[in-house]
Design a protein around this ligand. Structure first.
Ligand SMILES: Cc1cc2nc3c(=O)[nH]c(=O)nc-3n(C[C@H](O)[C@H](O)[C@H](O)COP(=O)(O)OP(=O)(O)OC[C@H]3O[C@@H](n4cnc5c(N)ncnc54)[C@H](O)[C@@H]3O)c2cc1C
Length: 316
C-alpha cells in the first residue's frame, strides 16, 4: 500500500487545466497502489487554489504558503518536505516546463527513478509506464524497479477531475534553502499573449493556406466563431505565426471543445498535440488525408471555397 503525491500547477494567478489531470492520474495510481492521493499546491493564492482543487478523488490537499509564483527551489523543497511528511512513495507532476524543471531535481535528490511524458501506466508486479517515441509513431513501455518513483504525465492524456471532494486541507510552511535562483518576474515573448491550451475553440491552420496573406481569411473564420487561431508547424517555421500558436509534438498539447483543422494533413507529430480534442472537424481537399481518420466531421473541399461560406454562415 503506497500513497501518491500529485502536484498542481498555476501560472499568473490561475490554475492550469493539467492540475485537474494530475488528480485523475494520481487517483488512478493511488487506487492501483491501494493508497491515498495527496495533492500539493505550492505558492501563490493557495487558499483559493485549494478550494478549486478539492475535487473528487483527492484525500488531502497540502497548501504550501511560501513564494508567490513558480520557483524551482520552493517547489523542490516543498515536494521533498511533503513526501517526507505524508510518507507518499510516488510523485505525479505535469510534463510541463515547470514540471520538467523541478521533478528531475526531486528525483535526483531523493534517488527516485523518474519516467517523463507518461501517456498511461499499469500496476501489476510493479509500475509499467507507457510513453510514445519517434514522433508518436512507436509506443514503448518502461518497467520501473522498486516501489518509489516520480512520474511526469503528458498534458491532455487524462481527463480533468470533476465534482466537489471532501479532502482535508492543511497549510504548510516549508524551510527554504539559503541560496539558489529565484524567479523575479515574467517577460512575454512576442505574440505570447495567447495560450492556445486555454482556448475552448481553435481554428488551426496548415500548409494548405499556401501563402501568408491568406491567413487573414482564417483570422476571419476564428473571429466569426469566437475562436483562437493555432497552426501546424510549417506555418510557424515560415514565421507566419509565432511559436506559441503551434500545436503538436514540438508545440503545445491542446484539448479544446472544438478543433477545426483547415488545410492540415494530420501528420503524427501534429496529431500528438490535438488528438484529445472533444470534437475534431477537418477541411481538406484530399479525401485520404490522415486527419479524416481522426475527425468527427469532415469537409472534403477547397478551403478557399469552404471558409468564406462558413464565415458568411456564422456572420448571419
Ligand atoms: C521531430 C518533429 C517534430 C514535429 N513537430 C510538429 C509539431 O509540433 N506540429 C506540427 O504540426 N508538425 C510537426 N512536425 C511536422 C510534421 O511532420 C508535418 O510536416 C506537419 O505537421 C505538416 O503540416 P501541415 O499538415 O500543415 O502540412 P502538409 O502535411 O503539407 O498538409 C497540408 C494539407 O493541406 C491540404 N490542402 C492543400 N490545399 C488545400 C486547400 N486549398 N484546401 C484544403 N486543404 C488543402 C493538403 O491536402 C494537405 O493534406 C514535426 C516533425 C518532426 C520531424
Amino acid at each position: 500500500m503506497s500513497d501518491v503525491l500529485a502536484v498542481a500547477e498555476h501560472r499568473r494567478g490561475g490554475l492550469r487545466e493539467v492540475s485537474y489531470e494530475v488528480i485523475t492520474a494520481g487517483r488512478e495510481l493511488a487506487d492501483a497502489l491501494g493508497g491515498d492521493l495527496h495533492l500539493a499546491v505550492i505558492a501563490g493564492d493557495v487558499d483559493r487554489f485549494a478550494e478549486d482543487l478539492n475535487r473528487n478523488g483527492v484525500d488531502a490537499i497540502h497548501a504550501v504558503t511560501n513564494g508567490e509564483e513558480f520557483d524551482h527551489n520552493v517547489y523542490q523543497a516543498a515536494i521533498e518536505t511533503l513526501l517526507a511528511n505524508t510518507g507518499a512513495d510516488a510523485v505525479v507532476t505535469p510534463n510541463s516546463v515547470n514540471g520538467l524543471d523541478y521533478t528531475p531535481a526531486v528525483a535526483e535528490s531523493l534517488d527516485l527513478p523518474l519516467v517523463t511524458d507518461a501517456v498511461g501506466f499499469a500496476v501489476d508486479d510493479g509500475l509499467t509506464v507507457t510513453r510514445e517515441m519517434y514522433g508518436s509513431k512507436v509506443e514503448t513501455t518502461v518497467d520501473v524497479a522498486g516501489d518509489r518513483f516520480a512520474l511526469t504525465i503528458r498534458e491532455g492524456e487524462w481527463p480533468g477531475a470533476e465534482g466537489v471532494g471532501d479532502a482535508t486541507v492543511e497549510t504548510v510552511d516549508v524551510d527554504l534553502p539559503e541560496s539558489g535562483a529565484r524567479v523575479t518576474g515574467f517577460e512575454e515573448v512576442a505574440g505570447g499573449d495567447v495560450d492556445i491550451a486555454d482556448a475552448d475553440v481553435l481554428v488551426s491552420v496548415g500548409r494548405g493556406i499556401e501563402d501568408e496573406e491568406n491567413l487573414e481569411l482564417l483570422e476571419g473564420l476564428a473571429e466569426a466563431l469566437g475562436a483562437t487561431l493555432s497552426a501546424s508547424r510549417p506555418i510557424v517555421d515560415n514565421g507566419w505565426l509565432p511559436k506559441n500558436r503551434q500545436v503538436g509534438q514540438s508545440g503545445k498539447v491542446v484539448t479544446p471543445d472544438v478543433y477545426l483543422a483547415v488545410g492540415i494533413s494530420g501528420a503524427v507529430q501534429h496529431v500528438a498535440g490535438m488528438k484529445g480534442s472533444e470534437t475534431i472537424i477537418a477541411i481538406n481537399t484530399d479525401p485520404n488525408a490522415p486527419i479524416f481518420d481522426l475527425a468527427d466531421y469532415g469537409i472534403v473541399g477547397d478551403l478557399f471555397d469552404v471558409v468564406p461560406a462558413l464565415i458568411e454562415e456564422f456572420d448571419e
